[in-house]
Design a protein around this ligand. Structure first.
Ligand code: UDP
Length: 205
């Protein structure tokens, strides 16, 4: 929905090497429109799996973003789970241009292979895209609120809610200011259903 509103964000999605379906709405739309996805792929689950995978070969990890102290706490948790994990740096930073020189300096000094960026949507995506050619890393991934969850400063929805596809509802209850962002959801549903009807019409013809 953001990409429909903002062509610059649409271009960023188009240029990304990988766009993951992290919400239940995308899964539903994919199923209805004949492009089913196997499962949700979220930053909050992915960070654990990528760190578990990175520990063996010793890929160097950097955690950038979230409130001061949160990335540090997340790093401690991740190393507790994967004792051989090499987290080479953490920094709360910010996506503002004024912060770029310091971030760049820290990254050049620590040479991570994997950079997790937790500046929230859509800023993290715009930031990664704006710096993609000057980031001294192999991979940069936007992970939203993942550091908050790993550090334990925010709680994810209980598993039963996640299984029922209701994680968004849990976040709305816990973080009510999200309602602004969720206002577009009925429009999303209408657009997907409209596209589905169009597809069926085309098939019948
Ligand atoms: N954040 C940040 N700098 C900013 C804006 C946000 O570090 O300028 C962090 C914030 O502390 C949180 C994450 O970005 O850890 C945003 O998470 P959110 O749950 O909003 O993720 P989203 O749902 O936007 O992907």
């Amino acid at each position: 929905m953001e990409a429909r509103r903002d062509p610059a964000f649409a271009a960023v999605l188009g240029r990304a090497d990988l766009c993951a379906p992290d919400g239940v709405g995308i899964l539903w739309a994919g199923r209805l429109l004949g492009h089913p996805f196997a499962e949700r792929v979220t930053g909050s689950d992915g960070i654990y799996r990528i760190c578990a995978r990175a520990a063996g070969p010793g890929w160097r990890i950097y955690l950038l973003g979230a409130a001061p102290g949160v990335a540090e706490q997340a790093a401690i948790e991740l190393v507790m789970l994967n004792p051989r994990l090499r987290i080479v740096g953490v920094h709360s930073g910010s996506p503002s241009d004024a912060d770029w020189p310091e971030i760049q300096e820290r990254l050049i000094a620590t040479r991570p292979e994997i950079l997790f960026v937790a500046f929230g949507h859509p800023r993290q995506d715009l930031w990664i895209d704006a710096h993609r050619h000057e980031l001294p890393v192999a991979v940069a991934l936007g992970v939203g609120g993942a550091f908050d969850f790993v550090a334990g400063v925010a709680r994810r929805a209980p598993l039963w809610m996640q299984r029922l596809g209701l994680e968004w509802l849990h976040r709305l209850v816990v973080e009510p200011w999200r309602w602004r962002r969720m206002r577009v959801l009925p429009v999303f549903v209408a657009l997907v259903v409209g596209q589905w009807i169009q597809q069926r019409r085309n098939k019948i013809r």
